[in-house]
Design a protein around this ligand. Structure first.
Ligand SMILES: Cc1cc2nc3c(=O)[nH]c(=O)nc-3n(C[C@H](O)[C@H](O)[C@H](O)COP(=O)(O)O)c2cc1C
Length: 175
């Protein structure tokens, strides 16, 4: 129990990944953590598209960089071998809240397992493009989805960054 809380307090995002792919067992543990996040009214609105195909990751990376207005050659996914794109059913419950919690669970689970992870943005815009729609179709998803974020995964190439200073007015206790 205490270890879980310490993992939540110590979690950090990473930007440097080994090329080696994570195991399917590790991937499933992260996915299950995401699936077991709370959802508004238990609507379970999110879906996860796990991309491990290098060609697809490349295409998504180029698009993501384009959306970000990043210089050519920048990889917004930092070379991570796994990219989990998280969307949610547009008209069901609380899609953005549900998907964000699912991503949070995945980031925390990844850290607890010694994996590197990071939320990468611009996924809403990604799924407004033809490429995003093609990917959804390839996965057999029909209906309306909103892209919320992504969780990149891999083995950290250089461990985790040290503690990050948090702002000193994060909370007030009203008694
Ligand atoms: C909503 C959201 C969007 C983010 N988008 C990006 C992103 O596009 N690229 C990136 O490198 N990191 C992104 N991050 C990661 C943050 O930069 C990172 O969480 C923050 O610097 C705090 O560091 P920590 O996660 O190690 O605590 C995002 C995080 C969140 C929660």
């Amino acid at each position: 129990m205490r270890e879980t809380v310490l993992d939540l307090q110590n979690r950090r995002s990473v930007k440097e990944f080994k090329k080696e792919q994570i195991t399917d067992a590790e991937l499933m543990d992260v996915i299950k953590a995401g699936m077991n996040a709370p959802s508004g009214g238990n609507k379970q609105s999110p879906i996860f598209i796990v991309v491990q195909n290098p060609e697809w990751i490349h295409k998504l990376s180029v698009l993501n960089a384009e959306i970000a207005g990043a210089p050519k050659g920048v990889d917004p996914f930092y070379g991570a071998p796994t990219v989990i794109l998280v969307l949610a059913e547009k008209n069901v419950g609380d899609p953005v809240e549900d998907a964000s919690l699912a991503i949070g669970n995945m980031l925390n689970a990844a850290y607890a397992m010694g994996l590197g992870s990071r939320w990468i943005n611009r996924i809403r815009q990604t799924f407004e493009t033809d490429l995003g729609k093609e990917l959804l179709k390839e996965c057999g998803y029909e209906g309306e989805y909103i892209g919320v974020g992504s969780c990149i995964l891999g083995y950290p190439a250089n461990g985790y960054p040290g503690p990050l200073e948090r702002k000193n007015n994060y909370f007030k206790i009203v008694r």
